[in-house]
Write a protein that binds this ligand. Structure first.
Ligand SMILES: C[S@@+](CC[C@H](N)C(=O)[O-])C[C@H]1O[C@@H](n2cnc3c(N)ncnc32)[C@H](O)[C@@H]1O
Length: 276
């Protein structure tokens, strides 16, 4: 298998960082070698130096970059991930949203939604919430992996996606499919839309509606500080005043922005865009 020299790793890191923010750290070298080596073989390229030049300068480089990003970026996700945070959403955030929403509609964005488990979880929790009965709930899932989005749109999952789902939730929100798989029930699938969006693309994000809640969990950790700042700025533009931003448990806005206030709820900490 081809090995990556430190210089090739540095050049590839630049390519991925510019394209999608992902930092190809030194400790990911072996994973990158293993996952990208078949691409060298498929394209008839002799080493990773030639591969990085192909990505940058070849007329098919952009296409290949999408393939490489799909192979490299972590896409780990599952239904009802981080249950304590979801309990806070249900018990404390939703009642606040229901109280101060204008009209009976909510826009929710799962940014970096991978194969759809997170936006469907949000659809399930909001769609079955007694305070939101007959509300119009619109959940948007975006990602830059076309492969992940295709799985999301199909809405059928195997057992590993249900590792944090209780038997009661399984019965309430899923239909059984073949070979131990499940399908998201129609009423919870219907209110979720998916779209391709690179979070570095501020112009593209401006086309999205104003959001009441943004979930961006386990995405910022892969970016450097400057990219996090850019993406968080984009969230502050897309969130309505008084709207909530929920990050993954190992992520925070410390030293990134002053545009959000940290709200201590009884179950968890969440961010809110202050009202002017
Ligand atoms: C580890 S998954 C997290 C999925 C889900 N949010 C969760 O916490 O279960 C990270 C996702 O972020 C996506 N991602 C990474 N960089 C991105 C970018 N620049 N724009 C859009 N999506 C990105 C990846 O493709 C991947 O699907």
């Amino acid at each position: 298998m081809a090995e990556m020299t430190p210089e090739q790793l540095r050049l590839l890191r630049d390519v991925f960082q510019n394209a999608c923010g992902f930092v190809l750290r030194d400790d990911l070298k072996f994973i990158a070698e293993r996952r990208l080596a078949p691409r060298l073989e498929a394209l008839g390229l002799r080493d990773f130096g030639t591969y990085q030049r192909y990505l940058r300068f070849d007329s098919r480089g952009k296409e290949e970059l999408d393939v490489a990003i799909d192979l490299l970026l972590p896409r780990e996700t599952y239904f009802f991930r981080e249950p304590a945070q979801l309990t806070t959403l249900v018990d404390e955030v939703i009642p606040r949203l229901a109280q101060d929403a204008i009209g009976r509609s909510l826009h929710v964005w799962s940014a970096g939604c991978s194969s759809g488990e997170e936006p469907y979880t949000l659809s399930m929790l909001m769609g079955s919430h007694p305070l939101l009965k007959d509300w119009d709930i619109d959940v948007l899932g975006t990602d830059l992996s076309q492969k992940a989005l295709a799985t999301a749109r199909h809405a059928e999952y195997g057992p590993s996606a249900l590792r944090s789902t209780t038997p009661e939730q399984k019965a309430q929100f899923f239909d059984l499919a073949e070979q131990g798989r499940v399908k998201v029930k129609r009423e919870f699938k219907e209110r979720v839309r998916f779209g391709w969006l690179n979070l570095l693309d501020a112009e593209g994000a401006r086309l999205l509606p104003s959001m009441d809640v943004i979930f961006c969990r386990n995405v910022l950790i892969y970016f450097d500080t400057e990219t996090r700042r850019r993406v968080v700025q984009l969230f502050s533009e897309r969130l309505r005043d008084g709207g909530y931003l929920l990050l993954g448990h190992s992520e925070n806005l410390f030293s990134l922005t002053t545009k959000f206030e940290l709200v201590q709820l009884s179950g968890d900490l969440v961010y809110r865009k202050p009202r002017l």
